[in-house]
Write a protein that binds this ligand. Structure first.
Ligand SMILES: *[C@@H]1O[C@H](CO)[C@@H](O)[C@H](O)[C@H]1NC(C)=O
Ligand SMILES: *[C@@H]1O[C@H](CO)[C@@H](O)[C@H](O)[C@H]1NC(C)=O
Ligand SMILES: *[C@@H]1O[C@H](CO)[C@@H](O)[C@H](O)[C@H]1NC(C)=O
Ligand SMILES: *[C@@H]1O[C@H](CO)[C@@H](O)[C@H](O)[C@H]1NC(C)=O
Ligand SMILES: *[C@@H]1O[C@H](CO)[C@@H](O)[C@H](O)[C@H]1NC(C)=O
Length: 836
């Protein structure tokens, strides 16, 4: 046993070293040279292919012209461009869904046919407005190369296409020189961040798009795609320093930078962390000032601000403590990097979201010494990224919905006139007013084209107050970024063909679930509650409340809800694969392989781990079971159904006392006896899920002999005898690595421990499952490749640490978690003794 552990540690160490140098290889990497006629190798090592004659790029219509520069020297991406005189589309067939970098290259080549500098056009990608009536003429005198970088989510609802549309204004034309479409690593962008002013984290929905506004390497040289594994560009910070005498650049050897768990070279290359600006020596007794950087941005947008830190200046731990301000507001208070990294020269980053109000055009970032007297005053910043987040009109350039681009010119003018007026009164009003305007003018004529997803439906009795405030605050504060949309009943009725029975996907305790298609063609799952159920109303509200606070790849996301006309309707992302249980037994679906099952368990464990540790306060799901783990079309697992969820114990409590709820067969016996709820109750239920996945049978099967009825008991019985393989799903026999099974069995056993205190935390469960997966993969690898008998599997990407709120985040957080009214509301509702 001891030697096994020892061996294990050695493996872990070896592998950990390997990881650092294991660069991300994007699955999709489309590099397109528009108008080019042969492969073009750039000096950064990448090869761009022509935009015609490729199987993965479609171009329509084909009426277009190529212009090229009569270059003497070497050809480059900017030597050719394709020019369009009407709306034209590039369709790129990707291999993978999820977030992708989309980089667009523009350069107005001099030529006799077109004055490209005067071209005015708009660019839309998958419904997101990237550029609205853009023109080089507006930007300045000398033509220059323009690289625009975006991040677009391909949601894979039926397709993995990225459709890039270029629309010239009236009689103008559009052009483009190059397009890059590259997969983004899974954890590159956060699912939540701290708002400014600081409060509980806010969710960042996966469907929002980003545009890189700034990517800055403090105190360092510019970095080109050559220096970065993700081919990004980092600029030096000097031009943005408000007082360059306040800062002094420092640098260390980049190879000395360490990447602790949670940070990788994809987050930022070591060149970024190896340089910084620190406080210059002011030669004054009282060294007390801020280093300030100002960045010009567009007003009325929300920005994601990522700060990169690495203590390259201290001689010892805990010697560098400073404050960080964003827009004059405290972001990090008495921040000590080494309390996060536990070592010097280790990379660390933290994300914020900030609104830029209508009257401001800049983001101000400042670092300065705290008021503590006992430390030498200093403050540093190593890197900074500012990403613009698409607004509720799905735009990154003004408030123009993509649909406006193709509409008639007269309509466009009206909307624009309205926009100008509205700007004065803020974006919230703008969105409402635009939507109202459209409703007013277009509704009678073309009810199908009303672009009003953010407008609350005309309300009848009751809940009008909540709805209006929810919608209003969406546009006005970053805090509500994650809130689902309020949907009109008519909209939902249309989406589900008046709740057509043929569209019923399933039936839950809460009501029926329908498949629906909303206006933009997105497929959704619509859950309609039984209007008369009091319990249902509580669960409905809890679900909205919980899901509005949470965004995670492994949690089903809420798209919107409707509370109109006594209806309780929740609209979720559609999960094409359905519940996990269906894939295990009781259907004709293909049996899942062991690897698939492990990946699904890992996904679900990540979701639960995030629930327990990721948000400002831990959340207990309370109803973990195989029907609440849903799969998408790629079999990615997401945890669903938060109707019974509740906030976990606070720091001074060890548990929450509640009436026992949950599903028979999955219930933690300790919780059942003592009515005290902790995260470990979810761990128990997850243990039951693990057994179910392994044995492919229901948690409770009364038809079986007495000792086999309960899978937890039955499974534990065999596991304790070390003979779990006797009861596994016969489909797994022969393809399953025995060590992987052992690890899995041990993990399930620990989850099912009698007492909560003996059960592991979800993070440990996750780690163990990832290890089981590695064991399985290593064994198949060995079979596949005889030479790599000593192959050491890559150790899991460690447990994703979602940064908990703690003392470093400005004080407000400690006082204000969920607001008091919400919390007590949830509590009193959940204390309702009526059963589910
Ligand atoms: C390809 O483009 C280059 C420059 O744009 C031009 O000189 C050359 O003739 C073209 N070749 C073909 C085969 O069209
Ligand atoms: C660092 O500061 C020195 C002295 O002010 C300056 O010469 C040098 O260019 C700076 N380096 C960078 C990368 O900004
Ligand atoms: C970037 O890459 C180029 C070419 O490999 C190299 O010459 C240069 O030193 C690198 N710069 C940095 C800051 O890494
Ligand atoms: C921050 O404060 C300064 C000085 O009080 C003021 O000039 C500036 O407009 C403020 N900036 C922001 C973004 O609020
Ligand atoms: C640094 O900036 C913040 C916010 O703008 C301000 O409140 C603080 O007083 C400044 N600190 C110093 C020492 O000037």
């Amino acid at each position: 046993m001891g030697s096994l552990n020892f061996l294990f540690i050695i493996c872990f160490l070896c592998v950990f070293r390997v990881r650092i140098f294991a660069y991300f290889v994007p699955v999709d990497n489309f590099l397109i040279d528009c108008g080019g006629n042969k492969s073009l190798k750039l000096d950064d090592g990448r090869t761009f292919e022509p935009d015609l004659g490729n199987s993965y790029v479609g171009l329509s219509p084909t009426s277009n012209t190529v212009v090229s520069e009569s270059v003497m020297g070497t050809l480059n991406l900017y030597s050719t461009a394709r020019v369009f005189t009407e709306t034209s589309k590039y369709t790129i067939n990707t291999k993978q869904i999820g977030r992708h970098w989309l980089r667009l290259h523009f350069y107005p080549i001099e030529n006799h046919r077109y004055n490209l500098k005067s071209a005015v056009f708009s660019v839309v990608a998958n419904g997101i407005t990237l550029l609205h009536e853009f023109s080089f003429a507006k930007l300045g005198k000398n033509p220059f190369r323009l690289l625009k970088e975006y991040v677009i989510e391909l949601d894979g609802l039926g397709t993995k296409e990225l459709v890039l549309a270029l629309s010239p204004l009236n009689s103008s034309f559009s052009f483009i020189n190059g397009i890059e479409v590259v997969s983004v690593p899974e954890d590159q962008f956060p699912s939540s961040a701290f708002p400014i002013p600081v409060g509980p984290t806010v969710g960042i929905p996966t469907h929002v798009a980003f545009e890189t506004a700034y990517r800055i390497n403090m105190g360092g040289p510019p970095l080109s795609p050559k220096n970065d594994t993700l081919w990004t560009i980092w600029e030096p910070d000097r031009p943005f320093l408000l007082n360059s005498a306040s800062a002094r650049n420092v640098s260390v050897d980049p190879s000395s930078i360490k990447y602790p768990a949670g940070v990788s070279v994809e987050i930022a290359p070591n060149w970024v962390y190896a340089t910084a600006q620190e406080m210059a020596d002011a030669n004054v007794g009282d060294q007390k000032f801020n280093i300030s950087w100002a960045f010009k941005v567009d007003h009325s947008f929300t920005y994601l601000i990522r700060l990169h830190f690495c203590d390259i200046v201290s001689e010892a731990l805990n010697n560098l403590v400073f404050n960080v301000y964003i827009n004059n507001q405290s972001a990090l208070n008495s921040f000590d990097i080494s309390s996060k990294t536990m070592e010097l020269s280790a990379a660390y980053y933290v994300d914020f979201v900030a609104n830029v109000s209508t009257d401001s055009e800049r983001i101000l970032v400042q670092v300065g010494p705290p008021n503590l007297r006992n430390l030498p005053p200093n403050a540093i910043l190593n890197g900074l990224e500012i990403m613009k987040i698409s607004n509720p009109s799905d735009s990154l350039d003004g408030s123009y919905r993509a649909s406006f681009i193709n509409s008639k010119a007269s309509e466009k003018k009206k909307v624009m006139a309205l926009t100008i007026v509205s700007c004065l009164v803020g974006s919230a009003v703008l969105v409402l007013a635009t939507a109202a305007f459209c409703l007013w003018f277009h509704h009678p004529k073309k009810p199908k084209h009303k672009p009003l997803p953010w407008l609350p439906p005309p309300t009848h009795e009751g809940n009008s107050e909540t709805k209006v405030s929810t919608t209003g605050s969406y546009a006005s504060t970053a805090l509500s970024l994650g809130l689902g949309r309020v949907l009109g009943f008519s909209e939902i009725r249309e989406a589900t063909k008046n709740f057509d029975e043929s569209l019923v996907l399933g039936m839950g305790g809460f009501g029926k679930v329908y498949r629906g298609v909303v206006e933009n063609g997105v497929v959704v799952a619509v859950k309609r509650g039984n209007p008369r159920s009091q319990q249902g109303l509580i669960e409905f509200r809890t679900e909205i409340e919980m899901l509005s606070k949470l965004r995670h790849r492994h949690l089903v996301s809420l798209i919107g809800y409707c509370e109109e006309l006594n209806e309780m309707i929740l609209v979720y992302e559609f999960m094409a694969g359905g519940p996990l249980r269906k894939h295990l037994y009781g259907s004709n679906l293909l049996p899942l392989t062991w690897k698939q099952r492990l990946e699904i368990c890992i996904g679900a464990a990540k979701g639960l781990h995030y629930l327990h540790t990721g948000a400002a306060e831990s959340i207990i799901h309370r109803d973990v079971k195989t029907t609440n783990i849903l799969l998408d079309e790629n079999l990615t697992a997401k945890v669903a159904d938060f109707g019974l969820s509740k906030l976990g114990p606070t720091l001074d409590q060890t548990h929450v006392s509640t009436v026992v709820k949950g599903s028979f067969g999955y219930l933690d016996p300790e919780y059942f006896r003592r009515q005290q709820l902790t995260e470990k109750s979810d761990v128990y239920s997850f243990g039951v899920v693990l057994m179910e996945v392994l044995c492919a049978r229901p948690a409770i099967n009364p038809a079986l002999p007495r000792e086999q009825v309960n899978i937890a008991e039955w499974g534990m019985n065999w596991q304790k005898r070390g003979r779990l393989e006797q009861i596994i799903d016969p489909h797994l026999v022969g393809s399953m690595n025995l060590d992987s099974l052992r690890k899995f069995g041990e993990t399930a056993e620990k989850c099912l421990a009698e007492h909560g205190i003996e059960r592991p935390a979800m993070g440990d469960v996750l780690w163990n499952l990832e290890y089981a997966l590695q064991l399985q993969e290593a064994s198949t690898q060995t079979v596949a490749d005889e030479n790599s008998a000593n192959y050491i599997p890559d150790i899991p990407d460690r447990i994703p640490q979602i940064e908990p709120v703690d003392g470093d985040i400005a004080e407000i957080v400690c006082d204000q978690g969920f607001d008091a009214a919400t919390t007590s509301g949830v509590f009193s509702q959940l204390m309702n003794p009526k059963g589910r």
